[in-house]
Every structure is written in C-alpha cells, then in structure tokens.
Design a protein around this ligand. Structure first.
Ligand code: NIG
Ligand code: FE
Length: 399
C-alpha cells in the first residue's frame, strides 16, 4: 500500500498527549502526518518527516481529527419547521412533536428514509464528521424500528435501539404494555441491527423505573447502554446511567451537583452535551464548566433530529459550546473529537496517534480556534477518512 505524507501543516491537533505541546490537544506546529494502509503511521515536525510514496502540501492550514458525532437521530421523514417557528414565538419544547415524526416515518418508504439519511450523512461528512451514531426511535412499532436500524446500519456501525423514545399514541392508555413490548419482542427483533440501547428518561417520556427495566433487558441481550437524561428537567436518569455503567448520559441540561459528583466519581460514563438542542429549543444552557472542572469526561454531539436540533454541523455546536456553555475552544474541540470517541467506546478514532484510523480534516484557517472565532463559516475544506480524501461538497437536491 502506498504511503502519503501530509506536509506543511501549520498546526496539527493530535489529541495525543505524548506529542506536541503537552496539552490534551497534543498540538504540533509545522507538522506532518504519514498515512499508510488507512492508518496514521507517523506524526511529528515536518523537519523530521520520513520519506513517503507521495506528498500532499497542506499549505500551512490547521489539521485536526475528524469529528465524532456520538448522538444523532437520522432515520426519519417529515418536516417540523413550523414547530420550530412556533417555539421561536414563545411555545415551549416538550417532546410532543415526536409523534408527528413517528407518523411520517411509519408512512415513508424505506427508499425515501434511506435517501434522507444519505443526504444527512453527506452533510455530516462535508462538515468534517468522520464517525457518527444514529438511533431508531421514530418507528415505535416493531417493523419500523427494525427498518430504521437496518437503514442506519448501512451508513454506520454505531446504531442505537431507541424504541423507548416516547410511548406511541396507540399505547397511551396501556403504557406498561408498551414498556414490556420494547423490552421483549421489539428488543429481540432489533437486537441484531444495533450496538447500543437508549431510553429517553425524562418527564413526558419514561420514568427511571421504566428506563432501568428497558436498559437492563437490553444489556442482558448484549447491547451497550446509553441514555437521554435531564433534558427537560432534573431527575434520576444521570445517576441511573452511572450505576448501569452507561457509555454516555446525554443532554444533562438540568444536571444537579449530585449528578456531576456521581459522574466524576465513577469515571465510567461520559456526559454528552448537545448545544444544538438548547439552541433550537431555546432552553437554558447547561454549564459545561461545572462538568469539566469536576473532571467529568465531556463529549459534544449534534443530536441531529427534525424536532429539537436539526443541525449536522459540529462546528456550529463547538461555537455554541464555547460562546454559551463555558468551554474553551480547546476543550470544545477535544469533546467533539476524542470525547465523542470515548462516548462511543471507540479506541480507533478521535485522535491522530500512530495506529489510529487516519480520519482528519483540514481547515481553511491557521488554527482550530477559528471554529468558534468564525461561527457559521464553512471552514472544513478537506475530509480524509481512513486515509482516503472524500469529496463531500457535491450539491444535492432538497427532498
Ligand atoms: O434528543 N429528547 C429526545 N429526543 C430528541 C428529540 C426528538 C424530537 O423532538 O423529535 C432529542 O432532543
Ligand atoms: Fe437525542
């Protein structure tokens, strides 16, 4: 296999503390990176770069690991822009709009769901995402949940069974039956197509006992747990996630001091913050500083979905996390790359240490700081996945 040396990198973020400036981002200036067999083969200063079969001049730009979007809901149909507009006129977000998407998703063809995901995946890649997760949760019946996961699996190995998103309308007066269905027959049907199990543990969705019942059933089949917790109000979901050694508890908008202490003490569970959701629901900002100062591992993800956060832009999420959630630019970039990898329990992505998958992005900027400093500007100009340059910017028709 040919080796390629990417040279003349003005600022290289490696997330490898053993190289560079000793900071968590492991920044090397005037750097080069050697790629062979789709993996990082060498990293260091240009002046010490080894010979390679070919060389790419990066032009002094900033290069960083591809973003790892560890939380997204990408299999759905329909549009909820009117719901968003109503919220911006003062209506609150309570998750009630999920049923609108469930109806549209149940009525959609597999081909149209797949085409929609294809478009979103192209957006993610063009914005620098090289690993992403996607959930079911807009089917809420066995057939549509299985179909959603099958479609998701064609795009990513990180698929999550979220049959417990909300109780669907046909079970409103029999919620216990729905909880048993999710933890029984639906789980059995979805298990072959998923790596993870998730529950929306919040008011209006599932309580902590229901959440425990469903997650434990999933864990018993070999699925790995993660959960939505404390998005709409404080609750016991975050501590349940820690107790069950979930890979991640997501949202954490209303995390209490006790929740943060539990996360810090256990050190098994990432707190995944979702700036797009607070932005698009006009919610309070979770204070990232509290988590970071307590020593909690924090990830940032898009939560891309048609209701609460319809963005695929990790750069946007980084900018909001820096501006409104107390992150430094360095912390936000770490959380959107290495933090996402920890949240997905992946040890092959999220950093550019030797032996890692060669997933990286080139910014049309001299520093990663520009991701927050120049909000809304499409700075990601090249995306390399497993050593292969993607051409992500082809235009696509609107659905
Ligand atoms: O993560 N909170 C639960 N689920 C999604 C939103 C779903 C929707 O509104 O369609 C979220 O924000
Ligand atoms: Fe979500």
């Amino acid at each position: 296999m040919m080796s390629v040396l990417y040279d003349n990198i003005g600022e290289l973020v490696t997330n490898d503390t053993s190289v560079g400036d000793g900071s968590p981002l492991g920044v090397v200036t005037d750097a080069a990176i050697l790629v062979a067999d789709g993996l990082v083969a060498w990293v260091g200063p240009s002046a010490a770069a080894p010979a390679a079969d070919s060389c790419v001049d990066v032009g002094g730009c900033s290069v960083l690991p591809g973003f790892v979007d560890s939380h997204a809901h990408l299999v759905f149909a329909g549009d909820r822009s009117a719901e968003f507009a109503a919220r911006m006129s003062g209506l609150p977000y309570d998750g009630g709009g999920i049923s609108t998407t469930v109806e549209a998703t149940r009525n959609a063809t597999a081909a149209s769901l797949s085409d929609n995901l294809d478009r979103l995946a192209a957006e993610l890649v063009s914005g620098g995402v090289t690993t992403f997760e996607t959930k079911s949760g807009y089917g809420l019946d066995i057939g549509t949940e299985v179909r959603s996961l099958e479609i998701g699996r064609r795009f990513t190995p990180e698929t999550t069974f979220l049959g417990a998103h909300v109780v669907p309308p046909e079970y409103r007066s029999a919620r216990d039956d729905y909880v048993r269905l999710v933890a029984g027959e639906m789980l059995a049907a979805c298990r072959p197509h998923a790596r993870w199990i998730d529950v929306f543990c919040d008011r209006g969705a599932f309580d902590v006992d229901e959440t425990r019942f469903i997650l434990e059933a999933g864990i018993a089949t070999g699925l790995l747990p993660r959960l939505h917790a404390s998005q709409l109000g404080p609750g016991d979901g975050i501590r349940l996630g820690v107790e069950l050694r979930a890979a991640s508890v997501d949202h954490c908008t209303y995390a209490t001091d006790t929740d943060i202490e539990a996360l810090a003490a256990a050190d098994t569970t990432v707190a995944t913050l979702l700036p797009g959701a607070e932005f698009s629901t006009r919610a309070i900002w979770p204070d990232g500083r509290r988590f970071l100062d307590a020593g909690v591992t924090v990830a940032i993800a898009t939560d891309c979905n048609p209701g609460s956060s319809f963005t695929t832009s990790m750069a946007f999420c980084i900018a909001v996390a820096v501006r409104d959630m107390g992150f430094t630019p360095a912390e936000a970039v770490w959380s959107a790359t290495a933090g996402g990898a920890v949240a997905l329990r992946r040890d092959d992505v999220g950093s550019l240490a030797v032996g890692m998958r060669a997933d990286f992005i080139r910014l049309a900027a001299p520093s990663y700081v520009h991701l927050a400093y120049r909000p809304g500007v499409p700075l990601v100009c090249d995306v390399v996945t497993a050593g292969t340059l993607c051409r992500p910017t082809e235009s696509r028709d609107v659905q």
